[in-house]
Design a protein around this ligand. Structure first.
Ligand code: XBP
Ligand code: MG
Length: 248
């Protein structure tokens, strides 16, 4: 088996680093209540709405597609209201994370530590807001959590959301590596499509919100990272490189 040239791991956040969407859902509903919108999203609806990456985009999509009263709201007022709702939601989510509502998924920290110890670069490629990443990682790793990552791409740096590959393309440029020397880790079909479009072999760890998604293009689908070490990733990566070289 040829040696793998794996040099970096690029992690998605929500659903991959941590199973966060229930906490996001509660924060959205908290914001809707605070602004008196009369909206309540349940898990089934939220599972569908997760097809829209980005909290602001998700709120606007919901308003446009399900609320007849939307037509009576001018564009400026609409955007202002969406921005206000999302700011309230982000504050509620950050408070929930700071109170311990979410923790890293099994195997994530062990794999990160192993990768860093073997000289790989780590990056983050997410459509969530930077506040959310900082709250999660500060609690999980500590105040200097950013030192573990060569680059961080999020909603503030990559406004075009997954499944568009923008955030992954930005991270590949930042770590100055070819996609063939990296592996992406994701939880959703939007994330898989974005990473694949950027040329990245992708490991999927589904959650209850994404288990029904199409992961046909994934390098591997595993329940979580608790049984995945760097040697395993290198083997899967080498297999992928060999199969790519064999293609006419
Ligand atoms: C998942 C998302 C985010 C979160 C909510 O991001 O699509 O929108 O659901 O966070 P990831 P925001 O790419 O990490 O899976 O409200 O900050 O968007
Ligand atoms: Mg995700």
């Amino acid at each position: 088996m040829s040696a793998s040239t794996l040099q970096a791991l690029i992690f998605d956040v929500d659903g991959t680093l941590a199973d966060t969407e229930s906490a996001h859902l509660a924060a959205f509903n908290r914001a809707f209540a605070e602004m008196g919108m009369g909206w309540v999203w349940d898990e089934a609806l939220y599972t569908e709405l997760l097809d829209i990456s980005g909290g602001k985009e998700r709120i606007l999509h919901y308003w446009k597609t399900t609320r007849a009263d939307m037509r009576e709201v001018g564009a400026m007022a609409l955007n202002d209201t969406v921005n206000q709702l999302h700011a309230l939601k982000t504050a509620a989510y950050e408070a929930a994370v700071n109170d311990g509502a979410v923790s890293l998924r099994p195997g994530v920290l062990k794999l990160m530590d192993e990768a860093l110890a073997q000289g790989l670069q780590l990056a983050i490629a997410t459509t969530t807001s930077p506040v959310n990443i900082a709250a999660l990682m500060r609690r999980a790793i500590g105040a200097d959590w950013r030192l573990n990552f060569t680059a961080i791409g999020d909603a503030s740096t990559a406004p075009v959301k997954k499944p568009h590959p923008q955030v992954y393309l930005q991270m590949l440029a930042a770590i100055q590596l070819s996609p063939t020397d990296c592996i992406a880790l994701e939880d959703s079909s939007n994330g898989l499509r974005a990473a694949t479009a950027a040329g990245l072999a992708t490991i999927i760890t589904p959650t209850t919100y994404t288990a029904h998604h199409d992961f046909g293009a994934a390098l591997r689908v595993v329940p979580d990272l608790s049984q995945v070490n760097l040697a395993q990733l290198r083997n899967w990566h080498a297999e992928k490189q060999t199969s790519m070289k064999a293609k006419p």
